[in-house]
Design a binder for this molecule. Structure first.
Ligand code: ADP
Length: 472
Protein backbone atom coordinates (compact mmCIF):
# COMPACT_ATOMS: atom_id res chain seq x y z
CA UNK A 1 0.00 0.00 0.00
CA UNK A 2 1.29 3.44 -0.87
CA UNK A 3 2.51 5.58 2.06
CA UNK A 4 0.73 8.81 3.02
CA UNK A 5 3.91 10.78 2.28
CA UNK A 6 4.19 9.33 -1.24
CA UNK A 7 0.47 9.76 -1.86
CA UNK A 8 0.67 13.42 -0.80
CA UNK A 9 3.83 13.93 -2.86
CA UNK A 10 2.28 12.36 -5.97
CA UNK A 11 -0.94 14.32 -5.57
CA UNK A 12 0.88 17.61 -5.01
CA UNK A 13 3.27 16.97 -7.90
CA UNK A 14 0.44 16.00 -10.24
CA UNK A 15 -1.60 19.09 -9.46
CA UNK A 16 1.42 21.40 -9.56
CA UNK A 17 2.48 19.96 -12.96
CA UNK A 18 -1.07 20.21 -14.32
CA UNK A 19 -1.44 23.79 -13.07
CA UNK A 20 1.93 24.88 -14.41
CA UNK A 21 1.45 23.10 -17.76
CA UNK A 22 -1.94 24.80 -18.20
CA UNK A 23 -0.42 28.12 -17.20
CA UNK A 24 2.52 27.60 -19.56
CA UNK A 25 0.34 26.74 -22.56
CA UNK A 26 -2.06 29.59 -21.85
CA UNK A 27 0.76 32.10 -21.47
CA UNK A 28 2.44 30.72 -24.56
CA UNK A 29 -0.71 30.89 -26.67
CA UNK A 30 -1.57 34.36 -25.35
CA UNK A 31 1.93 35.72 -25.96
CA UNK A 32 1.95 34.23 -29.50
CA UNK A 33 -1.43 35.76 -30.28
CA UNK A 34 -0.40 39.17 -28.97
CA UNK A 35 2.91 38.95 -30.81
CA UNK A 36 1.25 37.91 -34.10
CA UNK A 37 -1.17 40.86 -33.84
CA UNK A 38 1.81 43.12 -33.25
CA UNK A 39 3.63 41.67 -36.29
CA UNK A 40 0.50 42.10 -38.44
CA UNK A 41 0.38 45.78 -37.44
CA UNK A 42 4.08 46.11 -38.22
CA UNK A 43 3.50 44.61 -41.71
CA UNK A 44 0.58 46.99 -42.35
CA UNK A 45 2.77 49.91 -41.28
CA UNK A 46 5.57 48.61 -43.48
CA UNK A 47 3.22 48.49 -46.48
CA UNK A 48 2.20 52.10 -45.80
CA UNK A 49 5.86 53.04 -45.42
CA UNK A 50 6.59 51.40 -48.81
CA UNK A 51 3.67 53.28 -50.42
CA UNK A 52 4.95 56.58 -49.00
CA UNK A 53 8.52 55.86 -50.04
CA UNK A 54 7.44 55.01 -53.63
CA UNK A 55 5.25 58.15 -53.80
CA UNK A 56 8.24 60.25 -52.73
CA UNK A 57 10.14 59.07 -55.80
CA UNK A 58 7.58 60.68 -58.18
CA UNK A 59 8.86 63.71 -60.08
CA UNK A 60 5.83 65.86 -61.03
CA UNK A 61 7.68 68.01 -63.51
CA UNK A 62 8.76 65.00 -65.53
CA UNK A 63 5.47 63.28 -64.67
CA UNK A 64 7.37 60.09 -63.97
CA UNK A 65 9.22 58.24 -61.21
CA UNK A 66 12.92 58.65 -60.50
CA UNK A 67 13.93 55.13 -61.48
CA UNK A 68 17.36 55.20 -59.79
CA UNK A 69 15.81 56.33 -56.48
CA UNK A 70 12.97 53.82 -56.89
CA UNK A 71 15.48 51.03 -57.39
CA UNK A 72 17.43 51.85 -54.22
CA UNK A 73 14.18 52.09 -52.21
CA UNK A 74 12.83 48.84 -53.72
CA UNK A 75 16.09 46.98 -53.05
CA UNK A 76 16.05 48.05 -49.38
CA UNK A 77 12.48 46.73 -48.94
CA UNK A 78 13.39 43.58 -50.81
CA UNK A 79 16.03 42.85 -48.18
CA UNK A 80 13.24 43.13 -45.59
CA UNK A 81 11.15 40.55 -47.52
CA UNK A 82 8.83 42.91 -49.47
CA UNK A 83 8.84 42.54 -53.26
CA UNK A 84 7.76 45.84 -54.79
CA UNK A 85 6.20 46.18 -58.27
CA UNK A 86 5.37 49.74 -59.47
CA UNK A 87 3.05 50.62 -62.38
CA UNK A 88 2.01 54.04 -63.67
CA UNK A 89 -1.61 55.26 -63.72
CA UNK A 90 -2.10 53.59 -67.11
CA UNK A 91 -1.02 50.24 -65.72
CA UNK A 92 2.32 50.33 -67.53
CA UNK A 93 5.37 48.77 -66.03
CA UNK A 94 7.62 51.22 -64.19
CA UNK A 95 9.86 49.17 -61.95
CA UNK A 96 9.80 45.62 -60.57
CA UNK A 97 12.12 44.12 -57.91
CA UNK A 98 11.86 40.69 -59.50
CA UNK A 99 13.08 41.99 -62.83
CA UNK A 100 15.90 43.74 -61.02
CA UNK A 101 17.22 40.73 -59.19
CA UNK A 102 15.06 37.64 -59.52
CA UNK A 103 17.55 35.41 -57.76
CA UNK A 104 17.89 37.66 -54.75
CA UNK A 105 14.11 37.98 -54.43
CA UNK A 106 13.69 34.20 -54.51
CA UNK A 107 16.51 33.75 -51.98
CA UNK A 108 14.99 36.28 -49.53
CA UNK A 109 11.54 34.71 -49.78
CA UNK A 110 12.99 31.22 -49.48
CA UNK A 111 14.89 32.21 -46.30
CA UNK A 112 11.76 33.70 -44.74
CA UNK A 113 9.68 30.65 -45.62
CA UNK A 114 12.32 28.29 -44.16
CA UNK A 115 12.64 30.34 -40.96
CA UNK A 116 8.86 30.45 -40.42
CA UNK A 117 8.50 26.74 -41.10
CA UNK A 118 11.52 25.44 -39.20
CA UNK A 119 11.52 27.74 -36.18
CA UNK A 120 7.85 28.56 -35.75
CA UNK A 121 6.01 25.73 -37.52
CA UNK A 122 4.13 28.15 -39.80
CA UNK A 123 3.72 27.55 -43.51
CA UNK A 124 3.88 30.70 -45.60
CA UNK A 125 2.64 31.49 -49.10
CA UNK A 126 3.43 34.45 -51.25
CA UNK A 127 0.65 37.01 -50.93
CA UNK A 128 0.40 40.35 -52.60
CA UNK A 129 -1.63 43.49 -52.10
CA UNK A 130 -2.04 46.50 -54.40
CA UNK A 131 -2.11 50.12 -53.24
CA UNK A 132 -2.84 53.24 -55.33
CA UNK A 133 -0.13 55.90 -55.42
CA UNK A 134 -1.11 59.57 -55.06
CA UNK A 135 0.53 62.88 -55.71
CA UNK A 136 -1.41 66.03 -54.71
CA UNK A 137 -4.64 64.04 -54.53
CA UNK A 138 -4.23 62.53 -57.99
CA UNK A 139 -3.56 58.90 -58.73
CA UNK A 140 -0.09 58.61 -60.22
CA UNK A 141 0.16 54.84 -60.30
CA UNK A 142 -0.07 51.58 -58.40
CA UNK A 143 2.24 49.57 -56.24
CA UNK A 144 1.96 45.81 -55.66
CA UNK A 145 3.68 44.55 -52.55
CA UNK A 146 4.28 40.83 -52.33
CA UNK A 147 5.48 39.18 -49.12
CA UNK A 148 5.29 35.86 -47.24
CA UNK A 149 1.82 35.49 -45.77
CA UNK A 150 -0.36 35.48 -43.83
CA UNK A 151 2.48 37.00 -41.78
CA UNK A 152 6.19 36.53 -41.30
CA UNK A 153 8.73 37.39 -38.66
CA UNK A 154 11.87 39.32 -39.35
CA UNK A 155 15.12 37.83 -38.08
CA UNK A 156 14.96 40.00 -34.94
CA UNK A 157 11.27 39.22 -34.29
CA UNK A 158 11.95 35.52 -34.72
CA UNK A 159 14.82 35.67 -32.19
CA UNK A 160 12.63 37.61 -29.78
CA UNK A 161 9.74 35.13 -29.83
CA UNK A 162 12.15 32.18 -29.47
CA UNK A 163 13.79 33.84 -26.46
CA UNK A 164 10.43 34.64 -24.95
CA UNK A 165 9.39 30.98 -25.24
CA UNK A 166 12.67 29.78 -23.79
CA UNK A 167 12.36 32.20 -20.86
CA UNK A 168 8.79 31.05 -20.22
CA UNK A 169 9.88 27.39 -20.34
CA UNK A 170 12.79 28.07 -17.98
CA UNK A 171 10.48 29.89 -15.56
CA UNK A 172 8.04 27.01 -15.79
CA UNK A 173 10.70 24.44 -14.90
CA UNK A 174 12.23 26.51 -12.10
CA UNK A 175 8.78 27.14 -10.56
CA UNK A 176 7.92 23.48 -11.00
CA UNK A 177 11.09 22.35 -9.23
CA UNK A 178 10.65 24.90 -6.41
CA UNK A 179 6.96 24.09 -5.89
CA UNK A 180 7.61 20.35 -6.03
CA UNK A 181 10.38 20.85 -3.45
CA UNK A 182 7.96 22.71 -1.17
CA UNK A 183 5.35 20.01 -1.77
CA UNK A 184 7.84 17.33 -0.74
CA UNK A 185 8.76 19.20 2.43
CA UNK A 186 5.08 19.75 3.23
CA UNK A 187 4.20 16.10 2.57
CA UNK A 188 7.07 15.05 4.84
CA UNK A 189 5.90 17.47 7.57
CA UNK A 190 2.33 16.25 7.38
CA UNK A 191 3.18 12.59 7.37
CA UNK A 192 5.97 12.64 9.98
CA UNK A 193 3.71 13.04 13.04
CA UNK A 194 1.37 10.35 11.73
CA UNK A 195 4.29 7.97 11.22
CA UNK A 196 5.54 8.76 14.72
CA UNK A 197 2.08 8.37 16.22
CA UNK A 198 1.84 4.97 14.54
CA UNK A 199 5.22 4.00 15.98
CA UNK A 200 4.07 5.17 19.40
CA UNK A 201 0.87 3.12 19.14
CA UNK A 202 2.96 0.10 18.09
CA UNK A 203 5.33 0.59 21.02
CA UNK A 204 2.37 0.76 23.39
CA UNK A 205 0.87 -2.40 21.87
CA UNK A 206 4.26 -4.19 22.07
CA UNK A 207 4.69 -3.19 25.71
CA UNK A 208 1.31 -4.63 26.57
CA UNK A 209 1.81 -7.73 24.47
CA UNK A 210 5.06 -8.37 26.37
CA UNK A 211 3.29 -9.02 29.67
CA UNK A 212 2.65 -5.44 30.68
CA UNK A 213 6.18 -4.22 30.13
CA UNK A 214 6.15 -0.61 31.38
CA UNK A 215 5.77 2.09 28.72
CA UNK A 216 8.95 4.03 27.98
CA UNK A 217 8.77 7.72 28.92
CA UNK A 218 10.13 8.78 25.55
CA UNK A 219 7.62 7.28 23.18
CA UNK A 220 8.45 7.83 19.47
CA UNK A 221 5.73 10.48 19.49
CA UNK A 222 7.04 12.55 22.34
CA UNK A 223 6.70 15.97 20.70
CA UNK A 224 3.96 18.01 22.41
CA UNK A 225 0.70 18.12 20.48
CA UNK A 226 0.75 21.95 20.17
CA UNK A 227 3.87 21.70 17.99
CA UNK A 228 1.73 20.61 15.04
CA UNK A 229 -0.07 23.52 13.53
CA UNK A 230 -2.74 21.28 12.00
CA UNK A 231 -5.68 20.79 14.36
CA UNK A 232 -6.28 17.15 13.40
CA UNK A 233 -2.62 16.19 13.80
CA UNK A 234 -2.44 17.97 17.13
CA UNK A 235 -5.59 16.07 18.18
CA UNK A 236 -4.10 12.75 17.04
CA UNK A 237 -0.81 13.23 18.86
CA UNK A 238 -2.69 14.62 21.86
CA UNK A 239 -4.86 11.50 21.91
CA UNK A 240 -1.78 9.24 21.74
CA UNK A 241 -0.24 11.15 24.65
CA UNK A 242 -3.44 10.88 26.65
CA UNK A 243 -3.71 7.18 25.88
CA UNK A 244 -0.09 6.62 26.90
CA UNK A 245 -0.62 8.58 30.13
CA UNK A 246 -3.80 6.66 30.88
CA UNK A 247 -2.06 3.37 30.24
CA UNK A 248 0.90 4.35 32.41
CA UNK A 249 -1.49 5.30 35.19
CA UNK A 250 -3.50 2.11 34.71
CA UNK A 251 -0.30 0.06 34.87
CA UNK A 252 0.78 1.95 37.99
CA UNK A 253 -2.67 1.43 39.57
CA UNK A 254 -2.58 -2.25 38.75
CA UNK A 255 0.89 -2.58 40.28
CA UNK A 256 -0.26 -0.62 43.32
CA UNK A 257 -3.39 -2.76 43.60
CA UNK A 258 -1.43 -6.01 43.72
CA UNK A 259 0.91 -4.54 46.33
CA UNK A 260 -1.99 -3.14 48.37
CA UNK A 261 -3.97 -6.38 48.33
CA UNK A 262 -0.86 -8.28 49.42
CA UNK A 263 -0.23 -5.72 52.15
CA UNK A 264 -3.81 -5.71 53.42
CA UNK A 265 -3.84 -9.51 53.58
CA UNK A 266 -0.39 -9.84 55.11
CA UNK A 267 -1.13 -7.79 58.27
CA UNK A 268 -4.12 -9.78 59.58
CA UNK A 269 -2.56 -13.07 58.42
CA UNK A 270 0.67 -12.28 60.30
CA UNK A 271 -1.33 -11.43 63.40
CA UNK A 272 -3.34 -14.67 63.13
CA UNK A 273 -0.17 -16.69 62.53
CA UNK A 274 1.58 -15.06 65.51
CA UNK A 275 -1.36 -15.71 67.82
CA UNK A 276 -1.71 -19.36 66.74
CA UNK A 277 2.06 -19.98 67.11
CA UNK A 278 2.01 -18.42 70.57
CA UNK A 279 -0.97 -20.62 71.52
CA UNK A 280 0.77 -23.74 70.18
CA UNK A 281 4.01 -22.92 71.97
CA UNK A 282 2.06 -22.51 75.16
CA UNK A 283 3.12 -18.86 75.48
CA UNK A 284 -0.54 -17.91 75.61
CA UNK A 285 -3.46 -19.86 76.86
CA UNK A 286 -6.28 -20.55 74.43
CA UNK A 287 -8.66 -18.45 76.50
CA UNK A 288 -11.76 -16.65 75.12
CA UNK A 289 -9.86 -13.33 74.84
CA UNK A 290 -7.21 -14.77 72.48
CA UNK A 291 -9.81 -16.69 70.51
CA UNK A 292 -11.96 -13.53 70.13
CA UNK A 293 -8.94 -11.63 68.91
CA UNK A 294 -8.32 -14.41 66.35
CA UNK A 295 -11.97 -14.34 65.35
CA UNK A 296 -11.83 -10.55 64.85
CA UNK A 297 -8.82 -10.83 62.58
CA UNK A 298 -10.52 -13.56 60.57
CA UNK A 299 -13.68 -11.35 60.38
CA UNK A 300 -11.56 -8.43 59.12
CA UNK A 301 -10.06 -10.68 56.47
CA UNK A 302 -13.46 -11.97 55.45
CA UNK A 303 -14.78 -8.39 55.29
CA UNK A 304 -11.85 -7.34 53.12
CA UNK A 305 -12.31 -10.27 50.75
CA UNK A 306 -16.06 -9.52 50.59
CA UNK A 307 -15.38 -5.86 49.90
CA UNK A 308 -12.94 -6.77 47.13
CA UNK A 309 -15.47 -9.12 45.63
CA UNK A 310 -18.16 -6.42 45.69
CA UNK A 311 -15.75 -3.98 44.08
CA UNK A 312 -14.71 -6.43 41.42
CA UNK A 313 -18.38 -7.16 40.58
CA UNK A 314 -19.07 -3.43 40.22
CA UNK A 315 -15.96 -2.83 38.15
CA UNK A 316 -16.76 -5.68 35.78
CA UNK A 317 -20.35 -4.43 35.54
CA UNK A 318 -21.44 -7.79 36.94
CA UNK A 319 -24.01 -6.49 39.38
CA UNK A 320 -27.78 -6.35 39.30
CA UNK A 321 -29.63 -3.72 41.25
CA UNK A 322 -33.01 -4.69 42.70
CA UNK A 323 -35.20 -1.62 42.73
CA UNK A 324 -37.88 -1.27 45.41
CA UNK A 325 -39.81 1.66 46.84
CA UNK A 326 -38.96 2.62 50.40
CA UNK A 327 -38.88 5.52 52.82
CA UNK A 328 -35.40 7.01 52.75
CA UNK A 329 -35.75 8.62 56.21
CA UNK A 330 -36.49 5.18 57.64
CA UNK A 331 -33.36 3.73 56.00
CA UNK A 332 -31.20 6.53 57.40
CA UNK A 333 -32.68 6.11 60.89
CA UNK A 334 -31.97 2.34 60.73
CA UNK A 335 -28.39 2.92 59.59
CA UNK A 336 -27.76 5.54 62.29
CA UNK A 337 -29.05 3.18 64.97
CA UNK A 338 -26.36 0.66 64.07
CA UNK A 339 -23.74 3.21 65.11
CA UNK A 340 -25.43 4.63 68.22
CA UNK A 341 -23.49 2.40 70.60
CA UNK A 342 -20.12 2.87 68.93
CA UNK A 343 -20.70 6.64 68.91
CA UNK A 344 -21.83 6.74 72.52
CA UNK A 345 -18.71 4.83 73.58
CA UNK A 346 -16.59 7.57 71.96
CA UNK A 347 -18.74 10.31 73.46
CA UNK A 348 -20.05 11.40 70.06
CA UNK A 349 -23.63 12.37 69.38
CA UNK A 350 -25.43 11.38 66.17
CA UNK A 351 -28.19 13.81 65.23
CA UNK A 352 -30.56 13.62 62.28
CA UNK A 353 -32.55 16.13 60.22
CA UNK A 354 -34.77 13.92 58.10
CA UNK A 355 -37.59 14.68 55.70
CA UNK A 356 -40.14 12.29 54.21
CA UNK A 357 -38.86 10.97 50.87
CA UNK A 358 -40.05 7.99 48.88
CA UNK A 359 -37.12 6.48 47.05
CA UNK A 360 -37.09 3.86 44.32
CA UNK A 361 -33.71 2.16 44.48
CA UNK A 362 -31.82 -0.93 45.63
CA UNK A 363 -32.45 -0.83 49.39
CA UNK A 364 -29.46 -2.99 50.36
CA UNK A 365 -26.92 -1.08 48.22
CA UNK A 366 -28.29 2.30 49.32
CA UNK A 367 -27.93 1.28 52.94
CA UNK A 368 -24.38 0.08 52.26
CA UNK A 369 -23.42 3.56 50.95
CA UNK A 370 -24.85 5.26 54.05
CA UNK A 371 -23.26 2.70 56.39
CA UNK A 372 -19.84 3.11 54.78
CA UNK A 373 -20.07 6.91 55.16
CA UNK A 374 -21.41 6.74 58.72
CA UNK A 375 -18.84 4.16 59.73
CA UNK A 376 -16.03 6.48 58.50
CA UNK A 377 -17.59 9.44 60.32
CA UNK A 378 -17.71 7.47 63.59
CA UNK A 379 -14.29 5.92 63.01
CA UNK A 380 -12.44 9.19 62.31
CA UNK A 381 -14.32 11.54 64.69
CA UNK A 382 -12.82 11.74 68.17
CA UNK A 383 -15.32 14.17 69.66
CA UNK A 384 -18.27 16.31 68.69
CA UNK A 385 -21.29 15.50 66.58
CA UNK A 386 -22.20 13.57 63.49
CA UNK A 387 -25.19 14.94 61.62
CA UNK A 388 -27.25 12.97 59.19
CA UNK A 389 -29.43 15.26 57.08
CA UNK A 390 -31.77 15.15 54.11
CA UNK A 391 -32.44 18.10 51.83
CA UNK A 392 -34.63 18.52 48.77
CA UNK A 393 -32.62 20.22 46.05
CA UNK A 394 -32.86 20.93 42.35
CA UNK A 395 -30.25 18.95 40.42
CA UNK A 396 -29.89 19.30 36.64
CA UNK A 397 -33.31 20.91 36.55
CA UNK A 398 -35.06 18.14 38.50
CA UNK A 399 -36.07 17.57 42.11
CA UNK A 400 -33.39 15.57 43.88
CA UNK A 401 -32.49 14.43 47.36
CA UNK A 402 -29.17 15.36 48.93
CA UNK A 403 -28.11 13.21 51.88
CA UNK A 404 -25.32 14.77 53.93
CA UNK A 405 -23.19 13.12 56.61
CA UNK A 406 -21.37 15.85 58.46
CA UNK A 407 -18.78 15.18 61.15
CA UNK A 408 -16.51 17.19 63.42
CA UNK A 409 -13.59 14.86 62.83
CA UNK A 410 -10.00 15.64 61.81
CA UNK A 411 -10.95 16.57 58.25
CA UNK A 412 -9.11 15.47 55.13
CA UNK A 413 -5.99 17.29 53.89
CA UNK A 414 -6.43 19.05 50.51
CA UNK A 415 -3.82 16.84 48.88
CA UNK A 416 -5.73 13.68 49.91
CA UNK A 417 -9.25 14.92 49.19
CA UNK A 418 -9.19 14.25 45.40
CA UNK A 419 -8.02 10.67 45.99
CA UNK A 420 -10.05 9.32 48.88
CA UNK A 421 -12.53 7.54 46.58
CA UNK A 422 -9.69 5.62 44.93
CA UNK A 423 -9.21 1.98 45.78
CA UNK A 424 -6.98 1.37 48.86
CA UNK A 425 -6.31 5.07 49.20
CA UNK A 426 -5.93 6.17 52.76
CA UNK A 427 -4.88 9.60 53.89
CA UNK A 428 -1.43 9.59 55.46
CA UNK A 429 -2.82 10.25 58.94
CA UNK A 430 -5.31 7.38 58.76
CA UNK A 431 -2.50 5.01 57.78
CA UNK A 432 -0.25 6.19 60.57
CA UNK A 433 -2.91 6.16 63.25
CA UNK A 434 -3.83 2.63 62.23
CA UNK A 435 -7.52 3.54 62.28
CA UNK A 436 -8.35 0.22 60.77
CA UNK A 437 -9.93 0.35 57.30
CA UNK A 438 -8.39 -1.00 54.13
CA UNK A 439 -9.31 2.02 52.02
CA UNK A 440 -12.12 0.42 50.02
CA UNK A 441 -15.22 1.72 51.86
CA UNK A 442 -15.47 4.93 49.83
CA UNK A 443 -14.54 3.14 46.61
CA UNK A 444 -17.49 0.78 47.12
CA UNK A 445 -19.77 3.73 47.95
CA UNK A 446 -18.69 5.50 44.76
CA UNK A 447 -19.14 2.33 42.67
CA UNK A 448 -22.68 1.86 43.99
CA UNK A 449 -23.54 5.53 43.38
CA UNK A 450 -22.17 5.30 39.83
CA UNK A 451 -24.25 2.17 39.16
CA UNK A 452 -27.37 3.95 40.49
CA UNK A 453 -26.63 7.15 38.56
CA UNK A 454 -26.03 9.17 41.74
CA UNK A 455 -23.37 11.68 42.60
CA UNK A 456 -21.12 11.37 45.65
CA UNK A 457 -18.57 13.91 46.78
CA UNK A 458 -16.68 15.08 49.85
CA UNK A 459 -15.90 18.52 51.23
CA UNK A 460 -13.58 18.96 54.15
CA UNK A 461 -11.67 21.51 56.20
CA UNK A 462 -8.63 20.06 57.90
CA UNK A 463 -9.01 20.19 61.67
CA UNK A 464 -12.72 21.04 61.49
CA UNK A 465 -14.52 18.12 59.88
CA UNK A 466 -15.87 16.62 56.69
CA UNK A 467 -19.15 16.54 54.80
CA UNK A 468 -19.97 13.63 52.50
CA UNK A 469 -22.92 14.24 50.16
CA UNK A 470 -24.90 11.79 48.05
CA UNK A 471 -27.21 13.35 45.46
CA UNK A 472 -29.91 10.97 44.15
P1 ADP B 1 -11.02 3.29 55.20
O1 ADP B 1 -11.44 1.91 55.34
O2 ADP B 1 -9.54 3.48 55.33
O3 ADP B 1 -11.82 4.23 56.01
P2 ADP B 1 -12.34 4.53 53.01
O4 ADP B 1 -12.31 4.23 51.58
O5 ADP B 1 -13.65 4.45 53.68
O6 ADP B 1 -11.26 3.60 53.68
O7 ADP B 1 -11.75 5.97 53.22
C1 ADP B 1 -10.57 6.35 52.56
C2 ADP B 1 -9.81 7.38 53.35
O8 ADP B 1 -10.55 8.60 53.39
C3 ADP B 1 -9.64 7.02 54.78
O9 ADP B 1 -8.51 6.21 54.97
C4 ADP B 1 -9.48 8.39 55.43
O10 ADP B 1 -8.16 8.81 55.33
C5 ADP B 1 -10.36 9.29 54.60
N1 ADP B 1 -11.69 9.51 55.24
C6 ADP B 1 -12.85 8.95 54.85
N2 ADP B 1 -13.89 9.40 55.60
C7 ADP B 1 -13.35 10.31 56.44
C8 ADP B 1 -13.88 11.15 57.45
N3 ADP B 1 -15.18 11.14 57.74
N4 ADP B 1 -13.03 11.95 58.13
C9 ADP B 1 -11.73 11.97 57.85
N5 ADP B 1 -11.13 11.21 56.90
C10 ADP B 1 -11.94 10.37 56.21
Amino acid sequence: MISLKNRLMLTYTFFICAAFAALFFLLNAASKKIFDNFVRDVIIEKNQEIVRAVEEQYRPLQKQFDLAALESVGMIFMHDGFIVDVEDSEGRYVWNARDMDMEHCAAVLQKISERMNAKHGKKTELQSAGFPLFYSGKIIGNVNIASAGPLFYTEAQSEFIIHLNLTLAALFFISLVVCTGFALIHAERLSRPIVRATQAARTIAACYAAANRPLPDDLPESAPAEQYKTRELAALTGAIHEMADELREAAARQKQLTGDVAHELRTPLASIQGTIEALLDGVWEAGPERLFSLLNEVKRLTQLVNDLQVLSSFESGNITLTKTEFDMAELLRDAAEQFTNAAREKGIEITSRLIPWRAAADYGRTKQVIINLLSNAVKYTAQGTITLSMEKISYTGKDALAIKITDTGPGIPDKDLPHIFERFYRAEKSRNRGTGGAGVGLTIARAICAACGWKIYAESVEGKGSVFTVVM
